[in-house]
Design a protein around this ligand. Sequence first.
Ligand code: GLU
Length: 375
Amino acid sequence: MRQNQLKALNDCRRIVVKVGTGLLADENGFRPEMIQKLAREIHFLKKANRQVILVSSGAVGAGREVLKRRSDYEPLAEPGLSRKQALAAIGQVHLISEYSRLFSDVGIHSAQLLFSARDFRDRRAYLNIGHTLNELLDLDVVPIINENDTVSTEELKFGDNDMLSAACAGLFHADCLIILTTVDGFLRDGKRIPFIELVDDEVLSFAGGPTGPGSGGMRTKMEAARLGQRVGHFTAILPGKQESPIRALLEGKDLGTLVPPFPESSARKLAARKKWILYVPGEGRLIVDDGARKALLEKGASLLSAGVQQCEGTFRQGDVVEILDNRDTVIARGLSSVPSESLQGLIGGHSNANSSVEVVHRDNLILDPHPRIRK
Ligand code: GLU
């Protein structure tokens, strides 16, 4: 690691740490020693006046462990959604009480926060979450966040806790997101890559899906790192099984994979509202023609209905939509000024340039500096 990067990392004041299910449990069950290790690592970060938020998976796994102790429990070979939600409800209590107990052993106070993607889509709820987080940090409490699995169905889900931790890093204006995982870092042909300057399509093509009990895999970690580059924070993917990976990173040891922010994004931090547009799970997709693509990317124009060829999904006025060109490349995200129902009536030959209405105002638009094909 270069000296200037090590200094920038050590200067980070707001840190989000994410820990996956695969580290909190193994084939022998739940591992309290992982929580003890996290307590030591967070204590180390806080000693140097850093604020820390923890995003922890592991509720479903812990729920399974709790039930296994009951003689009348019969696990299902293929548990459905409601069984998994019940396991999460059972396990979350266990998980948070272990955190609370083991963190207080080293003098760390903690609190539990559970969100669904719906809470992030609703801007008022989103801002309220931000106020609560700040209040907790002022009270010197470490917020421990998980997805609210009992209400999250497919449409309400972040997808996985990697994306939830990325969204929390955006909301919290973090300088660094640390993702602790069961592997050594980002691997390419079996070899660890210590530093990635740009998370592009090629890098993403080497990032696979989940291999263990968690839900994300390397792919979602790199997607989170890619967003971090734009938003202006470091992302470190670290081997969570090592003795003290976070301390080692800040001491400049060679471990894991580090993805720095784009230099321009750290110099000119993205406005809070734009970060929200970037992270909130989109409600719909607009496919635009070549003229609109050019106007958006080259002229900094707003998106007009005349340039929209297709509208997918159901969204309300003010919801976040993804904007794609007709080669399936995501070029921007923005807030729609019109609901999908009205937009459907305006596209497909029902409008011309004169009667075209503004669908996304340029102030509510965030362009992708490195557009890529949607998977
Ligand atoms: N929220 C889930 C749990 O606590 C985990 C999701 C994930 O691993 O990404 O069990």
